[in-house]
Design a protein around this ligand. Structure first.
Ligand SMILES: [Fe+2]
Length: 316
């Protein structure tokens, strides 16, 4: 019998004579039908949600726009930035056509600067479709911005494919910043772009890591009073970022990736839980934007955090 049949088939009226036992029997049948229908609906909702999270949402693409106003970014020094984080190229959800779509969308935003925040390739504990490094890199080569395309590496790059990712990016002329800073922009519009080394680069076991990040060393390379934009893969560095930095851009968390009510903050890959999981964070005047990223890790599913490209406007 179908769920629809259960819900909509009328229950026969009890006989007007000798109705006591019959009425109780009918009440029992009604309760069973309601409980069965409720269980069926819950199962249907769960399976529909699973299909959506596994097959539909990861294939999406949205542009999320921010226009923060950091106190130490001069008014009138307008800069637009496109942010691509956690591409995780590979199957099942970030195959080459999806990577191509990301690049096309990013170029359509016509930003002054494009930054890539690490974790370029997928890695799962089950067989999946790989996108060879030279192929996703060839797509990224099409990215175009007047102030250039700049990258940092993420933890998955270090853990699984460091040589491949470095070689692929070098092969298409995209510079990788590791505890480095460059001065960009026209005279009177200059700003520092700084990129931090990954904070989880070397797993030590038992949930401990040795990073290759050097925040003081990075800041020491900033030699003028021009404003600073800092790229980091993991947002957990943010409490240590000095007020000198106008804006920190981060990825890594995937915004929680599966945002089930109540429980999702416990699965955010951050020692701060939900604090830096997603979006625009302002603490003591310091500003951070965390991208929900594009691909997936651990499981190839997203729920409530569709793949996104950020478009950030400063000084506008
Ligand atoms: Fe990551």
């Amino acid at each position: 019998m179908t769920l629809k049949h259960y819900l909509f088939t009328p229950i026969p009226n009890p006989s007007p004579q000798g109705g006591g036992e019959h009425a109780e029997a009918c009440a029992g049948v009604t309760r069973r039908r309601v409980l069965t229908a409720a269980a069926g609906l819950a199962g249907l909702a769960a399976s529909s949600t699973a299909v959506y999270a596994g097959a539909i949402e990861p294939q999406g693409l949205v542009v999320t726009r921010y226009a923060p106003a950091p106190a130490n970014w001069p008014a009138g020094r307008k800069l637009t930035i496109t942010v691509i984080a956690d591409l995780h190229a590979g199957g099942p959800d970030m195959l080459l056509p999806h990577v191509r779509e990301v690049v096309d969308k990013a170029n359509s935003l016509h930003s002054d600067l494009i930054v890539l925040l690490g974790d370029f390739t997928a890695w799962y504990r089950f067989p999946w479709t790989r996108v060879p490094d030279p192929l996703w890199a060839a797509e990224l080569k099409r990215l175009d911005a007047p102030l250039g395309v700049w990258a940092i590496l993420g933890n998955h790059d270090w853990w699984h494919d460091l040589h491949g990712v470095r070689s692929a990016l070098a092969g298409v002329g995209i510079p990788v910043m590791q505890n480095d800073a460059v001065l960009l922009g026209a005279p009177g519009q200059k700003f520092w772009l700084a990129g931090l080394g990954d904070q989880l680069a070397h797993p030590l076991g038992h949930g401990r890591f040795r990073g290759v990040d050097d925040l003081p060393g990075t800041m020491a390379k900033i030699t003028s009073t021009d404003p600073v934009l800092l790229l980091v893969h993991e947002p957990d560095i943010f409490p240590r970022v000095p007020a000198r930095v106008a804006l920190t851009l981060a990825g890594h968390t995937h915004g929680g990736q599966i945002r089930l009510p109540v429980i999702w903050p416990f699965f955010v890959p951050s020692k701060y839980g939900a604090r830096y999981a997603y979006g625009h964070v302002v603490e003591e005047g310091r500003q951070l934007i965390v991208s929900g990223g594009l691909g997936t890790s651990i499981i190839p599913a997203r729920l409530g955090v569709p793949p996104e490209i950020l478009h950030v406007t400063l000084g506008g």
